[in-house]
Ligand binder design. Structure first.
Ligand code: CU
Length: 353
């Protein structure tokens, strides 16, 4: 009896050692992932694209584009979405694999009932894979995504970044979209074949109300470019070599050197560019009609790279007296800790029903 007791305690000792070792091995693997919970509303909001061209939007947290959600690969993300508008919506987490969580994919008639006005729905999913991802409504996408501004960036930082990513000094998000002014103030309507698109935006603003990208020689910039709207865009950067490094968040086996990046609806490209040529340089859509505001030229999807070395004091420069608005490309929000970041730059005016 005494003998069997000591054998038992001997085995118990070995088992506890094994469990202890297992726990030690598992801690680094699991401590990386964190649970991140956010509250998100959807609100009827009026935004201005340029000049007097306003639009009725269904805005996540009252802003277009929507708040930056910035998490780490493997994080457990929980988002409580409250619909304060008068129409149903969902959120699709574009790019997320949703392994084992397919009912969080945010598609009405396929994975859930749409979130009705006044209701709250909670999404739970693991942030995988890493990369430049996004989120958008999946109800009547032809209207809600194309011209009601229901989209925002979801950036999932990789556990193991590529060497080239570590060289980046400044990071920018550019969400491209297209608008049909005929539907501007007719919520619940629009986004139909034959629509005449007449406004084009970066982060919901048309030139000249976009903002410059301010750099100095030696910077390495990363542009995360999103096709958030309905049209195809051809983004041309003057004076520099664009290295296309990621497509839809996935690293390319061989990065592509280019001076134009063709981006279709839903796509994302991450472009890394060495700032090695001081000057004032255009970045614009080479689909030429996308550089108009209504029937006026010199608008739409255009911005500049401004090197501090050359200054702004050139009489020909359109933005020599421009008031600079930071965080227009989420460049300040991206420097903050992981989390969800509202940005007052994108805040619209609440529409009371
Ligand atoms: Cu919607």
């Amino acid at each position: 009896m005494r003998n069997s007791n000591s054998i038992f305690s001997h085995y118990r000792f070995i088992i506890s050692i094994v469990i202890g070792l297992y726990a030690l091995v598992m801690i680094p693997a699991t401590s990386w992932a964190e649970k991140r919970e956010f509250d998100m509303s959807i609100e009827d909001t009026r935004i201005v694209l340029v000049g007097k061209r306003d639009f009725h939007t269904f805005a996540f947290n009252g802003q277009v584009p929507a708040p930056l959600i910035h998490v780490k690969e493997g994080d457990d993300v929980v988002v409580n979405v409250t619909n304060m508008t008068t129409l149903p919506h969902t959120i699709h987490w574009h790019g997320m694999l949703q392994r084992g969580t397919w009912q969080n994919d945010g598609v009405p008639h396929a994975t859930q009932h749409a979130i009705e006005p006044g209701d709250t729905f909670t999404y739970k999913f693991k942030a995988e894979p890493s990369g430049t991802m996004w989120y958008h409504c999946h109800v009547n996408v032809n209207e809600h995504v194309t011209m009601r501004g229901m989209w925002g960036p979801l950036i999932v930082e990789p556990k193991n970044p590529l060497p080239i990513e570590k060289t980046v000094t400044k990071e920018y998000i550019m969400m491209l979209s297209d608008w049909v002014s005929a539907w501007a103030n007719k919520p619940g309507e629009g986004g139909i074949p034959g629509d005449v698109f007449d406004y084009y935006t970066i982060n919901a603003k048309s030139f000249p109300e976009t903002q410059p990208i301010r750099v100095k020689k030696g910077d390495v910039i990363r542009l995360r470019i999103f096709g958030a709207g309905d049209q195809v865009h051809s983004i041309h950067t003057h004076g520099h070599i664009s290295n296309i490094v990621f497509k839809d968040g996935f690293p390319l086996e061989s990065p592509i050197k280019a001076d134009t990046v063709l981006i279709g609806p839903g796509e994302r490209y991450d472009v890394i560019i060495n700032m090695d040529n001081p000057g004032l340089w255009m970045i614009h859509d080479h689909v030429d009609t996308h550089t108009t505001n209504g029937d006026k030229p010199d608008g739409g999807i255009m911005t500049t790279i401004e090197y501090e070395e050359v200054g702004l004091d050139h009489d020909f420069y359109v933005w020599k007296d421009k008031k600079f608005v930071p965080d227009f490309y989420y460049e300040e929000s991206l420097k903050k800790d992981f989390g969800m970041h509202n940005s007052k730059v994108f805040k619209g005016e609440l529409i009371e029903e």
